[in-house]
Write a protein that binds this ligand. Structure first.
Ligand code: IMP
Ligand code: MG
Length: 189
């Protein structure tokens, strides 16, 4: 039993991006990616777990043949921030050699977890033909380490968001929209 009952939608103070807005923007991103990668061997690489819903919707809006895979990296541990050490917890199943890789992220915040720059270097070293980054959300005001963003769904203010794959303490990923939590949710209890 959970000590706190998560009521999902009852805990949301405000919907920032509705299901419709998210779907509309993903359709546009899909068109762009379809155009840019026509005739290329495209492989999407999602960073677990936040990207999962975005990945599922995005691939269905890309109208060229593609493959997709996921990686899991240690990212938010104290380790990562202080030492810059990133560990791959789940690696790609197949080679990316000579493939055009598009890394799929849920949100780029401070950039400090180094997951992205690490993955970019790592995938380049495996002789991918190209490596680019697609993020659903970008919080540029918080950026402290520069990371390249080639495709961006929405730019958001410096607020903690949940839903559509993004969590607070492992919860709320399943919400179909992106929203802000009520302050009392952070109070614990
Ligand atoms: P950063 O860019 O190194 O700060 O880390 C980005 C990662 O932190 C994302 O992939 C998310 O997993 C998590 N994150 C950052 N901001 C938020 C947020 O507003 N809501 C939920 N997760 C977030
Ligand atoms: Mg998270």
């Amino acid at each position: 039993m959970l000590s706190h009952t998560y009521n999902l939608e009852d805990d949301i103070a405000k919907v920032l991006l509705s299901e419709d807005r998210i779907a509309g923007r993903i359709a546009e991103l899909g068109e762009e990616i379809t155009r840019d990668y026509a005739g290329k061997d495209l492989m999407l690489v999602g960073i677990l777990k936040g990207c999962s819903l975005f990945m599922a919707d995005l691939v269905r809006q890309i109208k060229i043949p593609l493959a997709y895979d996921f990686v899991a990296v240690s990212s938010y541990g104290a380790d990562t921030k202080t030492s810059g050490v990133v560990r791959i917890l789940k690696d790609l199943d197949e080679s990316v050699e000579s493939k055009h890789v598009l890394i799929v992220e849920d949100i780029i915040d401070t950039g400090l977890t180094l997951r992205l720059s690490y993955l970019l270097d790592n995938i380049r070293a495996r002789r991918a033909a190209s490596v680019k980054v697609c993020t659903l959300l970008d919080k540029p005001s918080r950026r402290r380490v520069e990371v390249p963003v080639d495709y961006r769904g929405f730019t958001v203010e410096d607020q903690f968001v949940v839903g559509y794959g993004m969590d607070y303490q492992g919860r709320y990923r399943s919400l179909p929209f992106i929203g802000l939590l009520k302050p009392e949710v952070y109070g614990g209890g």
